[in-house]
Design a protein around this ligand. Structure first.
Ligand code: G4P
Length: 191
């Protein structure tokens, strides 16, 4: 996606070989017209897919997903990150570990919101792919299917991209990054 690539080139800061700071437009200051364009792109890409709605994870995935939901006219479910297991069968949970943030949490939602559905996951970053894998496990527990995953920025050099490809998972990414060089703030894109 040309527009997102331009934002990354203009405002992205390479923090390390693994991390790109996008706080000026994606996760601290949120550029709403850009979120709208991202959401519209997702909605158009998934137009012909057979699915019931979108699913995302709090918090940075929410902004672009809201617009995808609006343009596709499909509901959006936001998975919460909870620190503990809940003692209620109204909720469904799946543990997830973040390599980037070095923490673990439970992806959590109400069973009635996600049971027996075909859902598309949308998220801001793909790093190790743990959110995707954990979301699919969570959905499978309630007889639902992860139809595809739409990612705004895929760090293709990290494990997630390769893992999902090798597992033959449906994946759509707006921008792929193949290398980050902190010393020169250089960002090499995959295509
Ligand atoms: P994975 O799902 O692909 O395995 O990724 P991982 O757990 O390692 O990291 C996911 C979290 O880290 C997400 O935030 C994601 O936005 C953030 N993240 C990953 N790589 C980068 C990066 O290069 N730059 C920035 N700015 N963030 C990155 P989260 O835990 O979902 O929190 P939130 O920010 O959405 O609230």
């Amino acid at each position: 996606m040309k527009l997102l690539k331009e934002y990354i080139i203009e405002h992205g800061v390479v923090l390390s070989e693994h991390a790109l700071d996008v706080s000026l437009f994606l996760n601290e200051q949120v550029d709403v017209p850009l979120m709208q364009a991202i959401g519209k792109n997702f909605a158009e890409y998934y137009k012909e897919y057979d699915f019931d709605g979108f699913i995302t994870v709090e918090s940075s995935g929410i902004a672009p997903s809201v617009f995808a939901s609006l343009y596709a006219n499909k509901p959006l479910v936001v998975l919460k990150k909870r620190p503990v297991l809940l003692e209620s069968d109204k909720f469904i949970q799946q543990e997830c570990t973040s390599f980037t943030k070095q923490n673990s949490y439970f992806l959590t939602t109400q069973v009635k919101l996600v049971a027996n559905k075909r859902l598309i996951l949308l998220d801001d970053f793909l790093a190790e792919g743990n959110v995707v894998i954990s979301t699919e496990i969570l959905l499978n527990k309630v007889n639902s299917t992860l139809v595809s995953t739409g990612i705004a920025i895929s760090k293709d050099f990290q494990q997630g991209y390769q893992k999902l490809k090798s597992l033959n998972k449906s994946l759509y990414r707006l921008v792929g990054i193949k290398k980050l060089t902190p010393s020169t703030n250089k960002i090499d894109f995959s295509d």
